[in-house]
Design a protein around this ligand. Structure first.
Ligand SMILES: NC(=O)c1ccc[n+]([C@@H]2O[C@H](COP(=O)([O-])OP(=O)(O)OC[C@H]3O[C@@H](n4cnc5c(N)ncnc54)[C@H](O)[C@@H]3O)[C@@H](O)[C@H]2O)c1
Length: 282
């Protein structure tokens, strides 16, 4: 299948980035939000990010206008055209909400349309159970989408080889690197990243070192571009906790227990950059 027409559901941090990269490669993108205002916000973010690419001489003003013209506004998933060939869901990380989206789209979209989720941690197999399991796959883009090369491609229990090959090829067309992963809690990225961040928080809680010292060790000693506590603030502490809960419940293994300090900070609404304070103040 030669995919040309896609829908992206959710225009937040990830969704607007996903729409951006597909539109840049000439795909017809139906970007779907819940309200006019939210769509406008997503569209303006894409426009602003394209301006940055003009400044860096990656694209021209004319190309920017062409890219934006590839994006069509859709308010409410009921209005997604039935002949899109791929739908990528990027709404907030909540299993019930995602299942409701896929149940509705199953009724509405052509039977050959491939369904993908950008979930960070929810089981692809579980999400696929309410729609078309063989045509369902995880496309886990990284933040910020226009910059990061990796797309973790997650195969659910019933994802067909054909679906996998189509999505692998499509990812390469976006100039991104697909990496094949099977459906286990946290996939690969978050199964390795989150326990590292969680351990850094345990080290802070136990007074092994200051937050600055912990971040410096990982930055200067391991050549990480940012320390784990800075990264946790960037991702959002609520998101980190939700993913640790998925690992803990998914494997029933105490090695994934979320650090009590992480839980306390989430309870105090110190979620990182998005609330102005996490391990650091912004
Ligand atoms: N933020 C990250 O760094 C990151 C990285 C990789 C994967 N993810 C995953 O990507 C997904 C999206 O995360 P995000 O950070 O972009 O969230 P976000 O909260 O920034 O954006 C979610 C968007 O979805 C919209 N939305 C919610 N319900 C909708 C509906 N029914 N129809 C249309 N739009 C709807 C919201 O209005 C919002 O704009 C999550 O599953 C998350 O786990 C996030």
């Amino acid at each position: 299948m030669d995919i040309k027409k896609i829908a992206v559901v959710g225009g937040g941090t990830m969704g607007n980035g996903i729409a951006h990269v597909f539109a840049m490669k000439g795909f017809e993108v139906y970007l779907t939000e819940m309200t006019e205002e939210l769509f406008k916000k997503a569209f303006n973010t894409i426009s602003g990010n394209l301006d940055r690419q003009i400044k860096k001489q990656v694209i021209t003003e004319d190309e920017k206008n062409k890219i934006l013209s590839n994006i069509t506004k859709v308010i409410s998933i009921q209005n997604i055209p039935s002949d899109v060939q791929l739908v990528i869901e990027a709404i907030y990380e909540n299993k019930e909400a995602k299942l409701n989206i896929f149940k509705q789209l199953e009724k509405q979209l052509n039977p050959d349309c491939i369904f993908a989720s950008n979930t960070s941690s929810i089981s692809i197999t579980e999400l696929s159970s309410v729609c078309r399991p063989d045509k369902f796959i995880g496309m886990h883009f990284m933040n910020p989408v226009p910059v990061m090369k990796l797309v973790e491609i997650i195969r659910g229990y019933s994802t067909s080889d054909e679906t996998y090959e189509i999505i692998k090829g499509l990812t390469q067309k976006l100039d991104k690197e697909p990496v094949e992963v099977f459906d286990y809690p946290g996939f690969i990225s978050n199964r390795i990243l989150m326990p590292m961040i969680n351990e850094a928080i345990f080290a802070l809680m136990e007074g092994v070192a200051s937050k600055e010292a912990i971040d410096s060790v990982m930055k200067l000693g391991m050549a990480h571009p940012m320390g784990p506590l800075t990264l946790a603030d960037f991702i959002g502490l609520d998101v980190c906790l939700a993913i640790m809960d998925v690992l803990y419940n998914g494997y029933n293994d105490s090695k994934y227990r979320p650090c009590p300090l992480l839980k306390k900070m989430v309870a105090a609404n110190k979620l990182g950059r998005k609330t102005g304070e996490g391990f650091y103040k912004y």
